[in-house]
Design a protein around this ligand. Structure first.
Ligand SMILES: C[S@@+](CC[C@H](N)C(=O)[O-])C[C@H]1O[C@@H](n2cnc3c(N)ncnc32)[C@H](O)[C@@H]1O
Length: 234
C-alpha cells in the first residue's frame, strides 16, 4: 500500500463545511487573482476547443463546480468526470451542473485509478495539498490519463525557488486575506488554511516534473503572486 500523499483529510479543510454560495464568494476573497485566472482559463479552453474535439474531461477537486461550469458552458456536449473527497463540495457541484453530463466520484484522487482516454484534465486550486512525491505521482497519472495531444489545465497556488520572491509573495497573499476576508472568523480559517494546510512547491520544480512525465509543452499563462495557471500539452 502506497504512503498517503494528501496531507489533509476532507474534514480538516474548511471547504467541507461550506454552503456553495458562501464558498464561491470566499474562495475569491482567499485566492488573489481568482477571477483573472478563470478568464484566462476560458480563453485557453475556447482556443483549444476550436482546434481539438473535446469529448471527455476529468476534473480533480471539482469543489462547487465553479470552474467546470465555465468550461461546460463553452463545451456543453463534453462529458465530465468530477472527483472530490468532500461530500459537501460534490453536493454543491451536483446542484450547479445538473443540466450537464457529469459523473461524480467521491474519493481522494491520489488513490483512484483513472481512465486513459481524456481529452482534457483540469485541476484548479486543487493539488496544493499533495506533498512533492504526491504531486510527481499525480502528474504522471494525469499524463497517463490523457490522449496524445490532450491538455492539462492546472491552476494552483505555488511558491518560487527564489526565497525573496517566495517570502514577498506570501506576505502579499496574507495582506490580501486581511484586506478581503468576509469577517474575522473567515480570516482565521483562511489564514490557518494557507499557513498550515497548504504544501506549496516551487513553480520551477513543478514545470520540470510535468516535462519529465511526458508533457511536450508546458507554459505559464497566468501569474499573480502565488496564483498561477500552467497549461501542459501531452
Ligand atoms: C478550492 S476547491 C477549487 C474549486 C474550483 N476549481 C475553484 O477554483 O473555486 C478544491 C477542491 O479540491 C478538493 N480536493 C483537495 N484535495 C483532494 C484530493 N486529494 N482528492 C479529492 N479532492 C480533493 C477539495 O475538497 C476542494 O473541494
Amino acid at each position: 500500500m502506497d504512503k498517503k500523499t494528501t496531507n489533509v483529510r476532507a474534514d480538516e479543510l474548511n471547504y467541507d463545511k461550506y454552503a456553495s454560495e458562501i464558498y464561491d464568494d470566499d474562495i475569491k476573497r482567499s485566492i488573489p487573482g481568482h477571477d483573472e485566472l478563470h478568464k484566462t482559463i476560458e480563453k485557453v479552453v475556447r482556443e483549444f476547443s476550436q482546434k481539438h474535439e473535446v469529448k471527455k474531461i476529468l476534473e480533480l477537486g471539482i469543489g462547487t463546480g465553479l470552474t467546470s461550469e465555465k468550461i461546460l458552458k463553452l463545451i456543453p456536449i463534453a462529458s465530465l468526470t468530477a472527483v472530490d473527497f468532500s461530500e459537501q463540495m460534490l453536493g454543491g457541484a451536483k446542484e450547479r451542473l445538473s443540466k450537464y453530463n457529469v459523473k461524480y466520484v467521491l474519493g481522494d484522487y491520489s488513490e483512484l485509478k483513472l481512465d486513459s482516454d481524456f481529452d482534457m484534465v483540469l485541476s484548479v486550486i486543487g493539488i496544493h495539498h499533495q506533498n512533492d512525491e504526491g504531486k510527481k505521482k499525480l502528474f504522471r497519472k494525469i499524463s497517463n490519463s490523457l490522449k496524445s495531444g490532450g491538455i492539462f489545465i492546472f491552476g494552483d497556488l505555488v511558491t518560487y525557488r527564489d526565497e525573496k520572491k517566495a517570502a514577498v509573495n506570501d506576505a502579499r497573499h496574507y495582506h490580501y486575506l486581511v484586506e478581503n476576508a468576509r469577517d474575522d472568523q473567515a480570516l482565521e480559517e483562511w489564514a490557518h488554511h494557507h499557513k498550515f494546510l497548504n504544501l506549496l512547491a516551487p513553480i520551477e520544480d513543478q514545470i520540470e516534473w510535468l516535462k519529465k512525465v511526458g508533457f511536450s509543452t508546458v507554459e505559464v499563462k497566468y501569474e499573480h503572486l502565488n496564483t498561477v495557471l500552467i497549461i501542459a500539452i501531452k
